[in-house]
Design a binder for this molecule. Structure first.
Ligand code: ZN
Length: 246
């Protein structure tokens, strides 16, 4: 029989109160309570196919960006940009934990900047950020606001196309971010995996570097890591972390 949620949260609180080096590794589920849907699942896939005729993985691939730049940005602005989204209880709890000095890093698959907006300082963005953009020709940087003011394909003053600093399908992850993520996970005594079903490789393989005491999984559905976890909680992540990190 599964433990009651309140017992699981009490156990998590005890783990977080005694851990010295907690690392959080999160995915799309961390941001759903902020109103950002997972474009890779369910309705996101359905809408992409219905409105654009392709699956999300095709629409935000490197090849598609190069050959159908206008359609790429049409989809990107509609489905991946949420400039008005605000951090939720999960983001805020993780920022509090960092302020206590016991959380050393947030590693995220999300590109929405919400951890930073909540106050987290050490955020490792495996898939980049929609808030950073650069000209492909002269490398000048552009903010998200500057991208949003331009209709169609955003262009630099030099005539070059502006590309979001987001890792597209078919592109490699930043080696420096991967290296730092491995370092953080391998030195952690507690690893919280939250809001991700851990199916996106190579990011998902990062959890293999953990050899600390407490592996905690918080996700709405079951994940492949549940069986090896100290604690596996199936509940909204904001509710869980808010209660565990008051
Ligand atoms: Zn330029």
């Amino acid at each position: 029989m599964e433990e009651a949620l309140s017992d699981q949260i009490a156990k998590l609180k005890e783990i977080l109160d005694t851990s010295k080096r907690t690392v959080f590794f999160g995915g799309a589920g961390t941001s759903t309570e902020s109103g950002i849907p997972d474009f890779r699942s369910g309705d996101g896939v359905f809408q992409a196919i219905k409105q654009f005729g392709y699956e999300p993985e095709v629409l935000i691939s490197h090849d598609f960006f190069l050959h159908h730049t206008e359609t790429f940005f049409e989809y990107y602005k509609k489905f991946l940009l949420f400039p008005d989204a605000e951090p939720n209880d999960a983001h805020r709890a993780l920022a509090r934990l960092e302020q206590r000095g016991t959380l050393t890093a947030v590693i995220t698959q999300n590109i929405d900047n919400l951890h930073q907006k909540a106050g987290s300082k050490n955020v490792l963005e495996l898939h980049g950020s929609v808030y950073r953009n650069y000209c492909m020709r002269c490398h000048k940087s552009y903010s998200l606001a500057e991208i949003l003011t331009q209709s169609g394909v955003p262009k630099c003053g030099c005539g070059g196309t502006i590309k979001p600093d987001v890792v597209l399908y078919g592109e490699g992850l930043d080696e420096r971010i991967i290296g730092e993520s491995v370092r953080q996970i391998s030195r952690a005594d507690t690893l919280i995996i939250g809001g991700t079903s851990l199916v996106v490789y190579p990011a998902a393989g990062l959890a293999d570097y953990f050899n600390g005491d407490n592996l905690v999984v918080i996700n709405m559905s079951r994940t492949s890591r549940d069986s090896g976890a100290t604690l596996a909680i199936s509940a909204p992540i904001g509710e869980v972390l808010k209660a565990a990190v008051p």
